[in-house]
Write a protein that binds this ligand. Structure first.
Ligand SMILES: Cc1ncc(COP(=O)(O)O)c(C=O)c1O
Length: 404
């Protein structure tokens, strides 16, 4: 049958690499072997079951037929878009130029069609979420990276400048995807001084051509210190307000509401009310997926009217952030007990252990029944699925593998 496929679509991997590793872990567990699966990208409770936020499911169960069945507007319900933006920037009166998308992934894809010509490159921090290269390739562009800072080290502003300048010079435009705060895969956020350096750099480059900074805000509800998240978002708000760099958000309800399967999100440019940008967003959405799902938008509209559900959701986010922090601390303690370096966590579902040859280590860990994801410069450990009680076994297996 592959003769039917055009040549450029042949020979692609059959599954996303992370889902493939997870499937291997499940297959091994099914044989009765004790397995530690730290590949998962969804929040699991202490019994290994998917966490579903009760505040959100309570609202979902109340939905009536007319809150589920009709088409939503192609751009998304305006109150939904405003609410998604105000979750991050509560002072803003509206969503600006914005469009509903199937999750944050949909928002990232849509952004490529707005700001890059085919064959150009989007710049992001490496390591990055493993889907970025696929999203870029499917959008007909390349993915260029500049380094995310190592733990305790400052941002390599010179490397960022060099990469950004080169792209701007060759393309006449620059699009940056930036997963801050609560970065996947490192679990860290940029330090305030680094954020200031990046903002200054992009502002400076915006003199030479259009510069767009798209913040990938998948995890900010799960943070060790919510005030750090608020400060980061306030920094980006100042950059957006200044108006030299076009600042936007790839917003998602997947993690925020544990509505992964509802495929809800938005691509929003809250400091830009531009007719052409709005028309471009809606036209591309129409051509790609038409309308997004109505039900999750209706849940957001119900949440807006329900102060009790809002308080419940905030309490659930706090509770699970504390569990994630416990797991991160337990992992650090276990790693240190084995003489290995800790991996400080600030937010999100993962930490990355800085290691060379992470692909080789990943392969040897599998023989120990331990699964984690190799990323550029290290091994991604999903603390969203790794209980604190399992941290010692994880660290012991890693030490044995490293001692080889
Ligand atoms: C960094 C990052 N961005 C965006 C997403 C998008 O998720 P979704 O498309 O489900 O909203 C994810 C999901 O894993 C992610 O890790």
């Amino acid at each position: 049958m592959s003769a039917h496929l055009i040549p450029s679509r042949r020979g692609l991997p059959a599954d996303d690499p992370i889902f493939a590793l997870h499937a291997e872990a499940l297959a091994l567990a099914a044989t009765g072997r004790p397995v530690l699966d730290a590949t998962v990208g969804a929040l699991l409770d202490e019994a290994g079951q998917l966490v579903v936020l009760e505040s959100i499911m309570g609202l979902w169960r109340q939905l009536t037929a007319l809150e589920v069945a009709p088409y939503a507007p192609i751009a998304g319900d305006p109150a939904y878009l405003r609410a998604l933006v105000q979750r991050h920037w509560p002072r803003l009166p509206g969503a600006g130029s914005a469009c509903a998308t199937p999750g944050g992934g949909g928002a990232l894809s849509l952004s490529l069609r707005m700001f890059l010509e085919p064959g150009q490159a989007v710049l992001t921090a490496g390591p990055c979420w493993a889907a970025y290269p696929t999203i870029a390739a499917e959008g007909g562009v390349r993915l260029a990276t500049a380094p995310w800072p190592a733990a305790g080290a400052p941002l390599d502003a010179a490397a960022w400048r060099a990469s950004a300048e080169a792209l701007l010079a060759s393309q006449g435009r620059l699009l940056v995807w930036f997963n801050d705060p609560c970065h996947n895969p490192t679990g860290r956020s940029l330090a305030p001084a680094d954020r200031a350096a990046l903002a200054a750099l992009l502002t400076d480059l915006a003199e030479r051509g259009p510069v767009t900074l798209l913040l990938d805000l998948a995890y900010p509800d799960y943070a060790r210190d919510p005030s750090e998240v608020a400060a980061a978002l306030a920094d980006y708000e100042r950059l957006g307000e200044a108006g030299r760099v076009l600042v936007g958000g790839a917003l998602s309800l997947s993690k925020a509401f544990t509505l992964y399967g509802a495929r809800a999100g938005a691509l929003a440019f809250p400091w830009c009310q531009d007719r052409d940008l709005q028309a471009a967003l809606v036209t591309a959405a129409r051509g790609l997926w038409s309308n997004c799902a109505r039900a999750p938008q209706s849940v957001v509209l119900r949440l807006l009217r329900d102060g009790k559900a809002q308080a419940h959701l905030a309490a659930e986010h706090r509770h699970w952030s504390e569990i994630l922090e416990d797991r991160a601390l337990a992992l650090d303690a276990a790693l240190e007990a084995e003489g290995l370096a800790a991996a400080p966590w600030q937010g999100g579902f993962f930490v990355t252990l800085a290691l060379d040859d992470s692909a080789g280590i990943c392969a040897r860990l599998k023989a120990e029944g331990v699964f984690a994801v190799p990323v550029q410069g290290g091994l991604r450990v999903g603390i969203c699925g790794l209980r604190a009680a399992d941290a010692p076994r994880f660290a012991q297996a890693l030490r044995r593998v490293l001692e080889g």
